[in-house]
Design a protein around this ligand. Structure first.
Ligand code: NAD
Ligand code: UDP
Length: 316
């Protein structure tokens, strides 16, 4: 059995990781302050004998749960653009101080450290698709910088602890991921489109809808994370689905899934919105034999099936 301290356990990705780790027989200490998470995600596991939860702001300190720790996994951070722009200082702090606190805890326990970084380190990329060797094209002080630069710093300090202190580290760069248990009001495109469609509202397409993203279903991400825990690799690894869609194509796929036409409404394109994004996943494939297996239409079906009936009928 492995004992894992997971920051951000009440978030979307954190809740799916917790589920997988518990199912595999591990023990999970979840830590979260609910800045963007959901108490329901903690409630799912509170009765589990191998789950323990600590409510804390990991930017201040990560409470040491005592006993042996095998992994410290740092997934705490607001992740959707509306959330991190509402909490820019907290987002910078959790990427900076929160990451260092996690590294110090891992070091004190002789545990391994796992960082959830992001495709946002590539900014509005000039290289397409994005391999890990690309250094990115990031506005260092724009509206998205609180997130992008925090994660770039988080990667830098993780590599420094690895090189200088010998901490056994992993870094993943997650590309747009979706699935059940995203907060209905998180403002990300799939959440917005799914909830707008289920409520019979027009889908809000920002700009002309020609910008692209590559959407990864949560189960594929979790599988990639678990596989990376099993190999020794300290360089960043992209985890994302390389099939790329414009936002208008995403509307089309959702229309096919729901088998009805969906009206759209154009809204202004957000500041510094990346034009295109698609992972080069050769490194993950070579290292882990990993590729995503859930196509967008299947993932959307599963996401929609998990939306509780009341959320579908209540305006956000
Ligand atoms: P989320 O907002 O659902 O979950 C993040 C969790 O971290 C929340 O429960 C939040 O309350 C918690 N948190 C934030 N700051 C904290 C603090 N100071 N102390 C304690 N808890 C804190 O987001 P998510 O989609 O689950 O993302 C999880 C991680 O994966 C984040 O680090 C994010 O940057 C990264 N990521 C996610 C995506 C994606 O598409 N979902 C893409 C790239 C990177
Ligand atoms: N987007 C959109 N309508 C929405 C929400 C987002 O057209 O209601 C667009 C947004 O402009 C961006 C893409 O969808 O180009 C992905 O946005 P999201 O916030 O999901 O993730 P990120 O920008 O961080 O990749």
């Amino acid at each position: 059995m492995t004992r894992i301290l997971l920051t951000g356990s009440a978030g979307f990705v954190g809740s799916h990781l917790t589920e997988r780790f518990l199912a595999e027989g591990h023990e999970v200490v979840g830590v979260d302050n609910y800045i963007s998470g959901q108490r329901d995600n903690t409630a799912l596991f509170l009765d589990h004998p191998r789950f323990r939860f600590i409510e804390a702001d990991v930017s201040r300190a990560i409470p040491d749960p005592g006993g042996q720790l095998d992994w410290v996994m740092h997934f705490a951070s607001p992740a959707s653009p509306p959330h991190y722009q509402q909490f820019p200082i907290e987002t910078l702090m959790v990427g900076a101080q929160g990451t260092q606190n996690g590294l110090d805890l891992a070091r004190a326990h002789g545990a391994k450290f796992f960082l959830a970084s992001t495709s946002e380190v590539y900014g509005d990329p000039l290289v397409h698709p994005q391999p890990e060797s690309y250094w990115g094209h990031v506005n260092p002080n724009g509206l998205r910088s609180c997130y992008d630069e925090a994660k770039r710093y988080a990667e830098a300090i993780t590599m420094a602890y690895h090189r200088h202190h010998g901490v056994d580290t992993r870094i993943i760069r997650i590309f747009n991921t979706y699935g059940p248990r995203m907060r209905p009001d998180d403002g990300r495109v799939i959440t917005n489109f799914v909830h707008q469609a289920l409520r019979g509202e027009a889908l809000t397409v920002y700009g002309d809808g020609s910008q692209t993203r590559s959407f990864q279903y949560i189960d594929d991400l979790v599988e990639g994370i678990v596989r990376l825990m099993g190999v020794e690799e300290h360089e960043p690894v992209n985890l994302g689905n390389p099939v790329e869609f414009t936002m208008l194509e995403l509307v089309d796929v959702l229309q096919q899934v729901l088998a009805r036409p969906l009206p759209t409404r154009q809204e202004p394109i957000p500041h510094d919105d990346p034009r295109q994004r698609k992972p080069d996943i050769a490194r993950a494939y070579d290292l882990l034999g990993w590729t995503p297996v859930v196509p967008l239409h299947d993932g959307l079906r599963r996401t929609i099936a998990a939306v509780p009936a009341e959320a579908a009928s209540t305006p956000a």
